[in-house]
Design a protein around this ligand. Structure first.
Ligand code: ZN
Length: 289
């Protein structure tokens, strides 16, 4: 059975087809332009493969409330051409198949929970740290939505006393994303992360903010595993720093077997950067079921 998967991002759209074993059979990617330009190309791709269902992991914010008039819409995105756009409705209309829909980070979480390092777990979180910060949450074996969906990238954390950078988030200034996403690193230090690899102070501060957020997620959600992906995490020195700072910030308050083994508790993604597209595939499978 052929299923469609779409990882809808602000800069590019990754389309793939695969099967219920999580095997990707084909993929293509196109830049995210306007819906008028981009949507028909994707619909044509999925139509050609005669997909039985489609799953979408989407940039947001999006409307996931099935009782809402705008369920399946991209809502208040700063990408204006896509604001209040009915992305699910378009595909349902064009392809006449069930469409599964969730955030991109919940999609990655689902990919890891289905075929990756969170398989068999009831709870976990997936954090991406790149041009933005996003958090997907698995709780009691299901993706967490609540009234909207978690926006853990925008939690408010104290700016460290020695950090004089005001923050980059257009909504909150110095929220987690405003302090720790790629663009914040570049604005604070005057160079892109890749050019700052040999500046330990850059990664010590970055690890501080990520550990701060992760400590709060652990205390709030009690996840069994924490997966941290995204471009910023390609800095190899970062993850070990994050692990040791989380241990320090927890202050010995929580004692579990998993926390004793930080190297397998806070980890990088396990699916060769396919976690997002595989999660979208699973969203399609679930929509069909
Ligand atoms: Zn923010």
């Amino acid at each position: 059975m052929i299923l469609g998967a779409l990882e809808a991002g602000g800069t590019k759209m990754v389309c793939a087809v695969g099967n219920e074993k999580g095997e990707i059979l084909d993929r293509m990617s196109i830049p995210t332009e306007t819906p008028e330009v981009t949507m028909p190309v994707m619909a044509e791709y999925f139509r050609k493969w005669e997909v039985r269902a489609l799953g979408i992991g989407c940039f947001g914010p999006i409307d996931l409330n099935r009782n809402s008039r705008t369920y399946g819409y991209i809502t208040t995105t700063p990408k204006l051409a896509w604001k209040n756009y009915d992305i699910c409705g378009y595909f349902r209309e064009q392809l006449k198949v069930p469409v599964g829909f969730d955030t991109d980070v919940n999609g990655s979480m689902l990919g890891e929970a289905t075929w990756g390092c969170a398989r068999g777990l009831d709870s976990a979180i997936y954090i991406t740290v790149g041009t933005g910060v996003g958090v997907g949450v698995l709780a009691d074996g299901k993706l967490l939505h609540g009234m909207l969906h978690p926006e853990g990238g925008h939690i408010l954390i104290p700016r460290r006393e020695d950090d004089h950078y005001g923050g980059k988030c257009p909504y909150h200034g110095a929220c987690l994303e405003g302090l720790a996403a790629g663009p914040a690193i570049e604005a604070r230090w005057g160079a892109r992360g890749v050019e700052l690899a040999d500046r330990p102070e850059v990664w010590e501060l970055e690890a501080h903010y990520l550990a701060y957020a992760i400590t709060n997620y652990i205390l709030m959600l009690s996840p069994e595993k924490i997966i941290v992906g995204g471009g910023v995490m390609h800095q190899e020195q970062l993850l070990p720093l994050v692990r040791s700072k989380v241990t320090e910030m927890l202050g010995g308050y929580l004692v579990t077997e998993k926390l004793q083994d930080m190297d397998s508790y806070i980890v990088l993604p396990s699916l060769d950067d396919n976690q997002g597209i595989l999660g979208a595939l699973k969203l399609g499978m679930d929509a069909l079921a």
